[in-house]
Design a protein. Structure first.
Ligand code: GLV
Ligand code: MN
Ligand code: MN
Length: 420
């Protein structure tokens, strides 16, 4: 085992991390645990808490134009920063650990450095990214997208939720400046490396009883909004042969997504997470259905083939059923390979602190996907119980979180030493 650079430092505290988790789980919509959607009152409350904790950990807190909360510990040298990030927003009735684990691990690393009075050569930034999860504006990973230069002010003022509020206004509501979103953009010169710790959201680590995953590749979503327009008719009087039923067509589209992802293999998955039917009455043949479709994969060929088959299949079923099927591509991201150097660095850090690990790929996407446009990234996973996530039962052990934070700290110290 090589000498751990963190050997002389106190370990991350399970007590502090446990208390943080309990505090954050209380910032939820009371009627729907654990819901802390981005731009909500709960999100703002969690941000206020984080800001105080960052301050107490010796981090200088700022909020950029995208609303990203950034806690900075100045290094001995000006220039490139080492960044640890993730998100505090959740999905609807989601988890207490997705994203949260990564922000808390970064905060705890900062606390350890503060307690030990250790100054790094590079500045350290701990970031809570704005709205990693899907928003009501048809976009996710808003903070890291803006930071990596893929979301501008014009788009943020154009995208609207159902109430007509713009994404730019929503960003303002968490302390950002939507009209100046472009200024959130960072450059490769000022972000040297990006690290993220996350729960696995799949079952490999929990099943293998291995406390750490070193991620080698991250899947990316390709998403569609599909509008099906048939004809609204009487449910009693309209013969089965004369119907143009939008929900029957939607049902077929859902099964198309399932079949294409299954048949593609190579790790492809496909989900229809949202269906809205109108007018949604029991005695009416539905005239309209809107769906949101999410495909993910690690293999670029499998993704391209699946998306092409989906578009052809959607057109075919529309023509056959006499309904209009129109799809809009909401996003089409590329899967990401983590550089061999960053995988090796993470493995060296795990070995140095004596933590067993295994290599994994990530089916979920992360802020790391966007930060990879700026700099090499490293992604560490800790186990989550039964691989469950995006559900209220999502659970990770605080010991695993502390172990992950220990590896994160060691990795940070190694990168700080190696990076010019
Ligand atoms: C983020 O949770 C994702 O959808 O992968
Ligand atoms: Mn998530
Ligand atoms: Mn997440």
């Amino acid at each position: 085992m090589s000498e751990a650079l963190s050997a002389g430092l106190p370990g991350p505290s399970t007590d502090r991390l446990g208390a943080d988790l309990r505090t954050l789980e209380a910032y939820t919509r009371p009627d729907r645990p654990y819901t802390r959607r981005a731009f909500s009152d709960e999100d703002r409350a969690a941000r206020r808490w984080l800001s105080l904790e960052m301050d107490a950990a010796g981090l200088a807190v700022t909020v950029d134009a995208a609303g990203n909360q950034i806690g900075r510990r100045a290094g001995r040298h000006a220039g490139t920063a080492l960044v640890i990030g993730s998100h505090l927003d959740t999905v609807e009735a989601g988890g207490r650990f997705d994203g949260i684990a990564g922000v808390l691990a970064g905060l705890e690393v900062a606390r350890v450095l503060a307690v030990a009075g250790q100054r790094l050569a590079h500045s350290l930034e701990v970031i809570n990214f704005t709205c990693e999860e899907p928003s009501d504006f048809g976009l996710s990973t808003i903070g890291s997208r803006a930071m990596s230069g893929r979301l501008d002010a014009a788009t943020a003022s154009r995208l609207r939720d159902r109430q007509g509020r713009s994404l730019a206004d929503a960003v303002d509501s968490v302390g950002g400046r939507g009209s100046a979103l472009d200024t959130a953009r960072r450059t490769p010169a000022d972000v040297g490396r990006y690290l993220e710790l996350h729960i696995e959201q799949a079952v490999s680590l929990d099943r293998a009883k291995v406390p750490l995953g070193v991620v080698t590749a991250i899947a990316a979503p390709s998403r569609y909004r599909v509008a099906i327009r048939g004809r609204q008719d009487h449910a009693g009087g309209t013969p089965m042969t004369a119907r143009r039923d939008a929900v029957a067509a939607a049902a077929e589209l859902v099964l198309l997504v399932e079949r294409l992802a299954r048949d593609a293999g190579r790790g492809m998955v496909g989900t229809v997470g949202v269906i809205e039917a109108r007018p949604n009455m029991i005695n009416i043949v539905p005239g309209e259905a809107d769906l949101l479709v999410d495909f993910r994969g690690i293999d670029a060929d499998a993704i391209a083939e699946t998306l092409a088959r989906f578009e052809a299949g959607a057109a075919e079923l529309g023509a056959r059923r006499g309904v209009a099927v129109e799809w809009t591509s909401l996003m089409r991201e590329s899967p990401l390979s983590v550089s061999p150097e960053m995988v090796a660095a993470a493995e060296t850090a795990a070995r140095a602190v004596g933590v067993p690990w295994q290599r994994l790929t990530s089916g979920a996407s992360h802020d790391a996907n966007h930060m990879a446009r700026l700099c090499p990234i490293g992604l560490l996973f800790i186990p989550c119980r039964d691989g469950r996530s995006h559900c209220p039962e999502e659970w990770a052990e605080v010991d695993h979180l502390a172990t992950g934070a220990r590896v994160l700290l060691e990795l940070l110290l190694r990168l700080d030493r190696e990076l010019r």
